[in-house]
Ligand binder design. Sequence first.
Ligand code: ATP
Ligand code: MG
Length: 415
Amino acid sequence: MKAEVVSIGSELSSGVRLDTNGQWLAAQLAQIGVDVIYHSTVADDLPANLDVFRHAQSRADLVLVTGGLGPTKDDLTREVLAEVAGVPLEFHEPSLQWIESIFKMFNRPMPERNRVQAMFPVGSEVITNPNGTAPGIWLMAGNACFVCLPGVPREMKPMFTDWVVPRLRQEFSLGEVIVHRTIRCFGAGESQIEEMLGDLTKRGRQPEVGITASEATISLRVTAKGANPEQAQQLIEPDARFIYEKLGELIFGEDDVELHHAVAKALIKKNVTISTAESCTGGMLGQMLTDTPGISQVYLGGYVTYSNDLKINLLGVPADILSRHGAVSEECAAAMAKNCRERTGSDLAVSITGIAGPDGGTPEKPVGLVYVGLASSSEVKVRNFKWGNDRKSTRVRAAKMALNLVRLQLLRQDC
Ligand code: ATP
Ligand code: MG
């Protein structure tokens, strides 16, 4: 079955707002085995809507529409659908009663215009909307099944999940469900990870394994189709096991887990206290750590020492290190971490110092060069890296590198 998603609204076509409904609907449809092969976005304009609806009718079996069901003049979905289906609009009394009851609940008179929301193309089924006035419409028009839902995401989503999905299953005896499992890694590049996995990411393979990178976090998404979610999960299992075997310590979590959440949770679980000393990230590392509830149990706080003076006066970095090696150096990162740990009394301390750019680079110390340090009871480790020269990227990656040092330290239990 081929599906098309149509998103209606001038705020979408003009770029004022992003069409997140289209994205959400396509993802939901994929999970129940429906392939979306077209997306259309159209302004609140009658000829343009007619055009898009007719196109969709001719090339898709299922057309999912969001928006344009409101009571105002620019809401054209009912009218356009009736025209395309070649049927008139008729009045649906129960819908009017529902709309009136909502106005009563808010103690407001119902504007005459809202009556239009109780009009449906002849032959439609009404999709109830528990969270708003606009009911949805289900209508076969020619060979295409049109499903029209409101644009307000809070109304549209439950209508889709609770009404449309069961109805689609009933109507179309949908084939297989699609299930994803995402395994997330940090510490090696995309191509290096791909190489470690051999043929796993080859196109056309079942289950399909996709690899994506976002600021040095690598995600492996395993997608399987099955008669039901449990069966699809089972198909994923051997690949997931293989990925864990091959990538081992590179893996920090699954699905929506971010590196900073994984590290924060590990610190809390092991009850290992930590503090931070940041320069070029300006507190980003502290912010990331404090994103996780319960972190106060282990995160003591941090120094943001951007200038050399503060590195000396607040953190006690020897002036001599700064004059001889500079602030962006292995020696400085080590002193920042070591002194931070001593001053706060934490089990671990991490430091970051680097050249975020775009200015300030030299041939020996180019823009993007970062040192991260980690002090524990037994030693002070420093790593350096240089990825690119984008300021934002360098800072985010620096914070992630520091988090990853902590993660690996915790895995070895050596704090
Ligand atoms: P309805 O059919 O519920 O009346 P509408 O198109 O008349 O929809 P609007 O008043 O245009 O409703 O939009 C209502 C809200 O929903 C706005 O905040 C709008 O930005 C949001 N919205 C509408 N369509 C989308 C979409 N495709 N993606 C994300 N948000 C959307
Ligand atoms: Mg609209």
